[in-house]
Design a binder for this molecule. Sequence first.
Ligand SMILES: [Cu+2]
Length: 140
Amino acid sequence: MRTRVLSSLAVVLVLALVTTACSKKNGNESGGGTTTIAGQKANDHGTKDVSGEASAELEQDNYYFNPTILKGTAGEKLTLELSNEGSALHNFSITDQGISQDVESGTKAEVTVTFPQSGTLVFFCKYHQTLGMVGALEVA
Ligand SMILES: [Cu+2]
């Protein structure tokens, strides 16, 4: 009887360990690592191909953009539907295009961006840039 209880406990423990390992793995796959964009640290929450799209959603949270990298075509105009899911005030800035849009916690805003002719154009939150709240418009 005692042995049975112990082996049941062992099974439960093994299952718990497996579950923990799996959720950690999934966490990494959905982002959470860091990458470097034009020499700046960026909290990486994935890449999305928006080639030919007129608009795309861009989630802001503490302290990242999701997706972090948007892939498009040269000169493509794209309306970004910013959605601040975080607890802090966030911002979306592209210096070269004169864009600096604040988005209060729990609210949305729209900005229209233009993809570069080639390479990578950085966007960032002006409040949390040094914390890795950085992303990019990328042309393949
Ligand atoms: Cu921010």
